[in-house]
Design a protein. Sequence first.
Length: 482
Amino acid sequence: MAEAEKSGSPQGVPMTTGSPSRAESRGWEKRLASMPDEQTIDFVQSLSVDKRLYKYDIVGSIAHAQMLAEQKLITRDELKQIKDGLIEISQEIAEGRFKFDKTYEDIHMAIEAALVEKIGEAGKKVHTGRSRNDQVATDIRLWMRDEVEILQVKITLLQKAFVKLAEKYAEDIMPGYTHLQRAQPVSIASYILSFTEQLERDFIRLKNCSELLNICPLGSGAIAGSTLPLDRKGTAKQLGFSDISYNSIDAVSSRDFCAEFIFDCALIATHLSRLAEDWIIYCSQEFGFVQIDDAYCTSSSMMPQKRNPDVLELIRGKTGSVYGCLIAILTILKAQPMGYNRDLQEDKTHIFTAGDIVEACLDMAQAIVSHTKFNTRKISDGLDKGFLDATCLAEYLVGKGIAFRDAHGIVGSLVAFCEQQDKKLAEFSLDQFKQHCTAIDSDVYESLGAAKVAGKYITEGAAGPQQAKRQIAYWNKQLAQR
């Protein structure tokens, strides 16, 4: 999808008798004496992938033609013919009436050829001062700018679903895990809102990506710009770019923004995969913490009792495909000599794939979250297993003037003793507590039991019910502004 150099017969060497020249069907290749064979056409074409850029290619071409007319490089009549022709082609493509011919390699030349066929000589002037190199760099940026907005909308919808779910469980407590071992009690709402926080960073990263990519390379040509008086800033303004690129060599060869976009997609996929992993575990019989709606589960072809969280498993699995896109784009870019190289044609495969996968996964995650329940009775029945109140007991001792490291050791000994006696900390008598530490008094029982512990959290951002309620209010206000 660029003006890559190809070898050909020396000037003046006649073509084989009876063979049509490349120029007859591919006017941009008069330098070459023979037609590429079918295998080469299939190998180099990107039309099957980049035809989805047609709207952006047409919008870019209209803006370019408008600028050419303003600079007196084409007439107003030619501009009208070009605009009308391109609009007709856009309608034909949208209605499925346009015939895509892989001979033209990419969406740029397919549209240009159709324009020339439709309006004649004026169509040949649309490419004045432009290369496919700066043309495709512009098209991708236009597409990605829209794609970022689509992903941000889907992120916001998922965040809202999380907040709505959290509102139902602000007072309910569950075990929080580290190393997949019971650690401390947390509000179920705080657990749910942890995913909202992750997604917010994804939203911000996409915003930053959009700001960085929102510059216009059009007018940079193949590598060195043009001798024609192009108004690059005027074109950029028409297309809604915040600025133009200021180095033509970098402008046509840079795909930093593609790598950054896919990286952002990869992190979104990471966060969705972590959600999937948690809920796959939590909906198992061993946990039984969550109930996913049957609409997002499947059964087994052999075992009639099975209720499998396949949709979550697929979200987790598709993350690997997004990671593959990131490694692919980085590998493509790592050995590029400066200037445009045909390798860059492969960028679209990976940005489209990453965007499509993450869009679908965000949609599915939003649907699942909106139709999931927490089994609070099951969670509550086993809540005081695992000494979730041990850390709070250590902090209680700190409040009695004991150094934390010493308090840590005392509570560790108490937990070991409890395990031997098959008891919970709250089941110790005051005398038993005093045998381990004389500083312990009757108020110790206010710091024991998972539900009591969660209610005692006071730090900002802690995982207790009061903090969760404040966070819910914050997110409802924040997300309502989008």
